[in-house]
Design a protein around this ligand. Structure first.
Ligand code: FAD
Length: 481
């Protein structure tokens, strides 16, 4: 029996023992700890989670629950509105405090702020902690005290700010409460797809959970960091960390990753180290933008794009989602997304550009599709990157820089290995035509077993023509640069 009142640790997208500031601080109080996950309504808090991320969440919760057992603890699962769940649990357990790690997205903040006020008014100690990003979004500001709008000065400020806080070690033991509150059953939340199980391919490359996040980090730092700068843009190469879904669910902290890279510049090369850190810093920049401009997922950051004349066409959009545009690099990316729940960063840029600039479909349709299908779907990174590609975002790629999907394919997938993996109909096509099958002579197609327009579709649009239309649509908004 302990006399101290329990501390509830409310876990959200921070399903980890290591460098979990809220959990570490709770453990230090010596009080009994109740680790709690609340499955919040779709429109609030953690949500809306896409289908792919629900799959991840299921496995991540299961793994986190298991990792608590050796510490003498367990994960309590509840569903419903956060405030109601917390107030009921406090009544039931006589908990005296609630600790959590901060969220920086508008839905999360809209839940957390009033919950904090309400609990404090009831004399419950509420403590929130940093740790989901490298630096708090209010810490890095321009000389004039304003949020950054451009990445490079943001990176310079982040670099100057020095290392993020040292990561906290995982607690060795968590005191259990005298009695455990009732937990809901994870299986009853129906997070996994059935009939059809469209997530069956995700397990080919991903294993959700903290242990795998650390294994992946170690493998990346020892085998791939030294090639990162030169190879990260080639989708057929296993050259990036694949840590993004683990970061998105908080199974590993960015500070842990940052600190793990310290001192590796000598062995892996300074350029590789800096390049990798700069990518992690992009994630922080996206959160910086979302925190200071909470409309980022729904409104053009540059409001001159509000006048843009988009042309939503349901049939074309469906073909894009299914990887049937007739441009192999785009189709390979969209099919990788469907099969593995991820897509290589370079190809995300190409596929997104194709939707927005070749098909003239509003970036918000693409953002929603990615949100539903990516295992790393993230409210900040997804919205900021879509706006970056569309040209409407902060420090965005200018609209008139329009990716040519054929040339991009030839540059970044020169032998077509990536295309062949995800678009098997083209597997036997000569390298010369792998990114432009619509130009292949009949005998080349027939040798590869391809009947034009049957096994693989003809291009949905002619890129040169689409490019002209995109530039004209842009000019019509009155923007010149
Ligand atoms: P690595 O190359 O190993 O990079 C390390 C980490 O840096 C990543 O895990 C990620 O956390 C961060 N990072 C790298 N590139 C970016 C970037 N451009 N923006 C923000 N963070 C970055 N990333 C997401 O995590 N969630 C999303 O929902 C998401 N949507 C995107 C949508 C579009 C249209 C585009 C172009 C990019 C999107 N990205 C998103 C960014 C990027 O594609 C992924 O973070 C990256 O592919 C993850 O692979 P990795 O972990 O192997 O990256």
């Amino acid at each position: 029996m302990t006399s101290a009142r329990p501390v509830i640790v409310w876990l959200r997208k921070d399903l980890r023992l290591d460098d979990n500031a809220a959990l570490a601080a709770a453990a230090e109080t010596g009080a009994p700890i109740i680790p709690l996950y609340i499955y919040e309504p779709e429109s609030a808090g953690t949500g809306p989670l896409g289908g792919a991320q629900k799959w991840w969440l299921h496995h991540s919760l299961a793994a986190f629950g298991e990792s608590l057992r050796p510490l003498g603890s367990r994960l309590v699962l509840k569903s419903g509105g956060a405030r109601t769940v917390l107030e009921e649990l406090i009544r039931e357990t006589s908990a005296g405090a609630v600790f959590w790690n901060r969220r920086y997205d508008p839905l999360g903040i809209a839940v957390d702020t009033p919950v904090k006020q309400a609990l404090k008014a009831d004399d419950i100690a509420v403590k929130s902690f940093p740790g989901q990003i490298l630096h708090e979004p209010t810490r890095l500001l321009t000389g004039g005290g304003k949020p950054f709008r451009v990445y490079t000065p943001f990176w310079n400020a982040l670099d100057r700010a020095g290392d993020p806080l040292p990561p906290a070690d995982a607690p060795r033991r968590l005191h259990a409460p005298d009695g455990w509150p009732q937990s809901e059953r994870l299986d009853d939340w129906n997070l996994l797809p059935v009939k059809p199980d469209w997530a069956s391919g995700f397990g080919e490359i991903f294993t959700p959970g903290e242990a795998e996040a650390h294994r992946r980090l170690d493998a990346f730092l020892s085998d791939r960091l030294e090639y990162y700068d030169s190879e990260r843009d080639f989708p057929a190469k296993d050259a990036t960390s694949l840590l993004s879904p683990h970061l998105a669910m908080g199974e590993i902290s960015p500070a842990r990753i940052w600190h793990a890279t310290k001192g590796l510049g000598g062995r892996a090369g300074h350029d590789n180290l800096v390049r990798f850190r700069k990518e992690l810093a992009w994630r922080d920049f996206c959160y910086h933008l979302l925190y200071h401009f909470p409309d980022l997922p729904t409104r053009n950051w540059n409001n001159r794009f509000d006048a843009f004349d988009w042309h939503f066409d349901a049939a074309r959009f469906a073909k894009w989602t299914k990887g049937l545009t007739g441009y192999p690099i785009v189709d390979a990316g969209m099919r990788q997304l469907w099969r593995h729940g991820t897509m290589h960063n370079r190809v995300r840029m190409i596929a997104a550009s194709f939707l927005v600039k070749d098909l003239l479909i509003d970036w918000r349709h693409g953002e929603r599709w990615f949100r539903d299908t990516l295992v790393d779907a993230d409210p900040a990174s997804n919205a900021a990157n879509w706006q970056w590609v569309a040209g409407s975002g902060a420090d965005a790629s200018p609209w008139f820089r329009i990716f040519n999907p054929v040339l991009q394919g030839e540059k970044f997938d020169p032998k077509g290995d990536y295309v062949r993996e995800f678009v098997p109909e083209l597997a036997k096509l000569d390298d010369k035509y792998i990114h432009r099958p619509f130009e292949a002579p009949a005998d080349v197609l027939s040798r590869a077993g391809i009947v034009p327009g049957e096994a693989y579709p003809q291009p949905l649009v002619d890129h040169a023509d689409a490019r002209r239309k995109a530039l004209a649509a842009y000019a019509a908004t009155g923007q010149t640069g």
